[in-house]
Design a protein around this ligand. Structure first.
Ligand SMILES: NC(=O)c1ccc[n+]([C@@H]2O[C@H](COP(=O)([O-])OP(=O)(O)OC[C@H]3O[C@@H](n4cnc5c(N)ncnc54)[C@H](OP(=O)(O)O)[C@@H]3O)[C@@H](O)[C@H]2O)c1
Length: 336
């Protein structure tokens, strides 16, 4: 076949915000599939805040990416050669493809996806890992009840947009916290959130008092730091705080900022619980079916922010930390 595979490999563990020099852009010949293997052409890659954590040394819920290894990434690709009876040429799959143009795989960990049911990038967002995170984080950990107030930070992102919409479907009052007027308008006017707080231009504590007159029953935290602290001042008795992520802390060169207001948990008999989406893997299909149904019924909107070109990866990844994405950030590597 004589195909060439371009890749981004981790060159150094970044200090603070990752730089282009933290990566090596490499090329190598594509390996033909052997017996039981398939060759996948990468079409779309998922860029995730978690990638920043995978670049660090140290224990986490998943091992770090090793120096010299192809950067880990979920993606959707097309089978272009197959010696595996389960996969036919022309089928589309989701898997851990890595930041590269091709992957030769033994088929383990691949899931078929159907472009007739949803556009392929949606399988990286609302019907993919971020959607599953929102669904199980909100419903399983947050346990919202109809009439309760749910607040979500990172509200215009991949996880946050789904959290807010699912909370609306469940009959809650929903307040989103996001950066900038455009994002606030989007979640309020297009996604149906009841209120939006622009944390870059408003006093969050004050705004939470205005928009959550009965207090916060469920706080779904994507950002940590000062916003988590502000939310803790408004929780109700028995509130549930879902620790999904803390993007405001991921590029810190000093210690992570913990919540100063944590005694509010004591006073309010509230709970704060971390969640990792992979723990729900055996229930993804169930959640996918329900969310696809909501999408078909027009109750759940999906938005993808697609940037073209594998070579843009180092800069495109930083959009997450600069707040330059709305909805799911996707890197398009090739045309479907
Ligand atoms: N626990 C799990 O299993 C799991 C799974 C997936 C994702 N997550 C976590 O969920 C969170 C959201 O992930 P995502 O994929 O949906 O990303 P995303 O929300 O689509 O993108 C990240 C957003 O974070 C916001 N942000 C960046 N720096 C910030 C700061 N200093 N303070 C406040 N907001 C900041 C930006 O929006 P603004 O313009 O609004 O600032 C940016 O658009 C992340 O913390 C991620 O690590 C956890």
């Amino acid at each position: 076949m004589n195909l060439v595979n371009h890749q981004f490999r981790l060159a150094a563990r970044p200090v603070g915000v990752p730089k282009r020099e933290d990566w090596n852009y490499t090329e190598e010949p594509v390996r033909e599939p052997g017996d039981g293997e398939v060759l996948i052409k990468t079409l779309y890659l998922s860029l995730d805040p978690a990638m920043r954590g995978w670049m660090n040394e140290g224990k986490s819920y998943i091992p770090p990416v090793g120096i010299g290894e192809v950067m880990r990434a979920g993606g959707v690709g097309k089978i272009i050669a197959s010696k595996n009876a389960k996969y036919a040429v022309g089928e589309f799959v989701y898997g851990t493809l890595g930041i590269q143009e091709y992957l030769t795989s033994n088929g383990k960990g691949l899931t078929k996806v159907d472009p007739k049911l949803a556009p392929l990038p949606v399988y990286l967002g609302t019907l993919g890992m971020p959607g599953m995170t929102a669904y199980f984080g909100l419903l399983d950990v947050g346990q919202p009840k109809s009439g309760e107030t749910v607040v979500v930070s990172g509200a215009a992102g991949a996880v946050g947009t789904v959290v807010g919409q699912v909370a609306k479907i469940k009959g809650c009052r929903v307040v989103g916290i996001a950066g900038g007027a455009d994002k606030c308008r989007y979640i309020r006017d297009e996604l149906g959130f009841d209120a939006a707080i622009d944390y870059k231009h408003e006093d969050v504590k004050e705004a939470l008092r205005t928009h959550c007159p009965q207090g916060i029953d469920v706080y779904f935290d994507n950002v940590g730091g000062d916003i988590l602290d502000a939310a803790l001042t408004r929780i109700t008795r028995g509130a549930r705080i879902v620790i999904c992520g803390a993007i405001s802390q991921y590029n810190n060169t000093g210690p992570v900022k913990g919540p100063a207001n944590y005694l509010s948990l004591l006073v309010n008999r509230a709970s704060m619980k971390g969640m990792v989406v992979f723990d729900y893997a055996d229930r993804y299909a169930e959640a996918g079916r329900e969310m696809a149904g909501w999408m078909a019924a027009g109750k759940l909107k999906s938005r993808e922010d697609i940037v073209k070109g594998l070579d843009t990866f180092p800069e495109t990844l930083l959009k997450l930390f600069k707040g330059e994405n709305t909805g799911k950030l996707v890197l398009q590597v090739a045309e479907g």
